[in-house]
Design a protein around this ligand. Structure first.
Ligand code: SF4
Ligand code: SF4
Length: 349
């Protein structure tokens, strides 16, 4: 089977981007231990140790791998840039979480593509990966020609921008690799300038990643991954964010004219939720409302923690009665953040 046929089958399956990379270590994987050593991964312990070592190369996950088929699926929808919406009553949710959780959607498409390739090429070894597998997805996508890794550390495709989910098929098929996509950020620094927490730090490798994400300073990490308290000194920087952050992608010029998907799974359900409504959810209601959403990952306590911080940052005094109730919550994490929010609102002139 040749690479062109694989890419054509990928498009028939529904993927918007497809390319081939060699399965060996990449420049990005050589930098990965430095990123860990700097502590930029924070409390995300699943990125270190044995699961960190596996990220050295695709061979680690499938010893017979001869190629990595890298695939992209657009998730952009016509909604406004979240960070362009000014509101005192609603929370900002990262665009990728407006619709259903993408993991199952992509996994299903990846298995479907494996079946199509097998129907044409006969059986082969394969391993399907999407996000949770210990694989440096963006690095392989870059080397497969899908795009470059921008200074905002996202994969950017010249035609369709960065609102793209990635998935991979590691395969024993020997396929002709693509050329890596050239770096097209140039002298632009919009994402770095716009990041409210200075989480994008220069790496300075001559031919390697331009910038790295210090996750311990990133709003996405605080609102999704962090289980404990958000550092008090950083809470004001969260603004209205309650799940993830899109600022460094919203400002990117390559996202100005991005195509939207019509996939029903990714249509907005949780775009700009009302904070007052979220603050009154019980744990059971939270689990029901976000059962199919990536938001479920923040868990109830973490999500309520985020909601109280956004309420505090809104300066909206109408939230005070709800915050008083949350301050009395038996969960210390929620209670302490609600108390902080009350103090923030009442301290404002
Ligand atoms: S997601 Fe937000 S906080 Fe994180 S690097 Fe981008 S702009 Fe900064
Ligand atoms: S905003 Fe500019 S520097 Fe940042 S990723 Fe986009 S093009 Fe690159």
């Amino acid at each position: 089977m040749d690479s062109a046929t694989v890419k054509s089958l990928a498009r028939e399956t529904g993927f918007d981007l497809a390319g081939i990379a060699a399965p060996g270590p990449t420049l990005e994987s050589l930098f990965y231990p430095e990123w860990l050593a700097a502590g930029f991964h924070g409390e995300m312990s699943y990125l270190e140790g044995r699961r960190g070592d596996l990220r050295a190369a695709a061979h680690e996950l499938l010893p017979s791998a001869k190629s990595v088929i890298s695939l992209g699926l657009i998730y952009d929808t016509p909604g406004p840039s979240t960070s362009a919406v000014d509101t005192e009553t609603q929370g900002w949710v990262s665009r990728y979480a407006w619709g259903e959780d993408y993991h199952d959607v992509i996994r299903k498409l990846l298995y479907e593509l494996v079946e199509r390739i097998e129907a044409a090429a006969g059986p082969f070894d394969s391993k399907v990966c999407v996000d949770t597998a210990p694989l440096l997805e963006r690095a392989y996508a870059h080397h497969a020609g899908l795009g470059w890794i921008g200074k905002n550390t996202c994969l950017i495709n010249q035609q369709i921008g960065s609102w793209v989910f990635l998935g991979e098929i590691l395969t024993s098929l020997e396929l002709q690799p693509d050329d890596p996509a050239p770096f097209r950020c140039g002298t632009c620094t919009r994402c770095i300038d716009a990041c409210p927490t200075d989480a994008l730090v220069p790496v300075g490798l001559p031919d390697g990643p331009s910038h790295a994400l210090d996750a311990t300073k990133c709003i996405s990490y605080w609102t999704i991954e962090l289980r404990g308290p958000i550092p008090r000194e950083d809470r004001a920087s969260l603004g209205p964010h309650i799940f993830g952050c899109d600022i460094c992608q919203d400002v990117c010029p390559w996202n100005r004219r991005t195509p939207a998907t019509d996939r029903p799974e990714f249509q907005p359900m949780h775009m700009l939720p009302e904070l007052a409504e979220l603050a009154q959810l019980t744990e059971q209601q939270f689990n029901e409302r976000f059962a199919l959403s990536p938001i479920e990952r923040a868990r109830y306590q973490g999500f309520l923690r985020n909601v109280t911080v956004a309420m505090g940052n809104s300066g909206n005094r109408d939230f005070l009665p709800l915050l008083e109730r949350l301050a009395a919550n038996p969960d210390a994490l929620i209670g302490e953040h609600a108390q902080w929010a009350i103090e923030r609102i009442t301290a404002a002139p």
